[in-house]
Design a protein around this ligand. Sequence first.
Ligand SMILES: Nc1ncnc2c1ncn2[C@@H]1O[C@H](COP(=O)(O)OP(=O)(O)OP(=O)(O)O)[C@@H](O)[C@H]1O
Ligand SMILES: [Mg+2]
Length: 453
Amino acid sequence: MNARHILVADDEPHMRRVLEIMLRQAGHQVFAAADGQEALEIARATPLDLVITDLRMPRLDGIGLLGRLRDEGMEVPVIVITAHGTIESAVDAMKRGASDYLLRPFDVEALELAIERVLGAAEMTRQNAFLRDEVDRSRGGFIGGSQPMQQVYGQIRQVAPSKTTVLLIGETGTGKELAARAIHAASPRKDRLFVPINCAAIPAEMLESELFGHTRGAFTGALKDRVGKFELADGGTLFLDEITEMPMALQAKLLRVLQEGTLERLGSNRSIALDLRLVAATNRNPRQAVDDGRLREDLFYRLNVFALTLPPLRERTEDIPGLVAHFAAKHGRATGRGVADAALVEHLAGYAWPGNVRELENMVERALVLAGGGPLRAAHFPFDVPSAAAPPTPALEVPSGTLTDAVDALEGRMIDHALARSQGNKTQAAALLGISERTLWYKLKKHRGGEPD
Ligand SMILES: Nc1ncnc2c1ncn2[C@@H]1O[C@H](COP(=O)(O)OP(=O)(O)OP(=O)(O)O)[C@@H](O)[C@H]1O
Ligand SMILES: [Mg+2]
């Protein structure tokens, strides 16, 4: 066995001495402490592979030491030493995270066996975590081994090393942002910044200065010089999300910057050279957006160098079990494996998933609440639209009046509907709406006035 750093804590000098000798002879580096407090101080100062501690000690006892180690984020394995009289305390220690116990009196073999077992298990855990990370990284955080997703991974690997502009196309929640990050992470620019900007989330009049930056006094309210997202992404990757929501005039400027590879901050005529990788995304059909006058045709050609389409979830239902397991584990189940049985998978595969993976994640989170620790069942996933073959929803009648009033009215109706469906349960209603409970609370207050209850 390799030499390990092992801390021995025992208040009895003779026992401490015996342990030290046995461990030194086995080739380990040994640290000794006369009580839990001293042991804790050594553990804080020295990286340790193992702690072997007596249970009864003055100042801080063995259980106390274990608690403090864990509280301070030290995951070092702990073996407790116990006599017949205190075996219950040893069991208690195991429940609190000790790895093993040694029954006094013990011989060298018993000691070595326990050490080997504990250190072997710790090594295994580390290796598993490492392997899991490796698998995750190679897929950039994506789950799903279906044919369409394999194609996506292949395209990401193919395009990542170059500086080629990528246009990500796909419905909402299909993983466009995940793909953009995966491309960056697999590129030579991975140690520089990945800078996302959502063109739909920033008011049109602020978008230009967000993108290109400005100098002090460039416009009313420009009190300081400001670096834009383009400059921030220099050397790295700029992710322009919802590109079709960018005003047409700004699209013209964007195209110019992309073609020239330089930009000027608003209010300045100093031109700044840029070296960045651009990834753009849209959940519309980009050609349709060109026809509709939402996307400049020349910009479309400039972005469409390498188009990558993220497939909707309903076209790769074989990924559903893996995704459910992943999200169940993410949202609190110790293990997601086996959480969905065949009947449930069939139920989930029959739904159209307009919100794709994001909707599935919200649904799983909500189902876990409903299932309360028990197995997940179809009843925990009540869908309004029972199947992918359901008739399309009728076209929305265009309301008159201001946009704000119309949006408010629709918002109120959707909230009422969600609350009715969840029998007034706000956690579930928020999950149905895909918003946080806090946001729901705020909106309820706005719509109903005063307190929501
Ligand atoms: N294949 C997948 N495996 C695991 N998680 C996924 C997968 N696809 C998407 N997700 C997760 O689903 C959520 C939505 O993904 P993302 O934000 O990338 O979607 P999007 O296509 O950008 O959606 P939108 O158009 O609404 O912005 C994220 O939390 C993302 O991590
Ligand atoms: Mg997105």
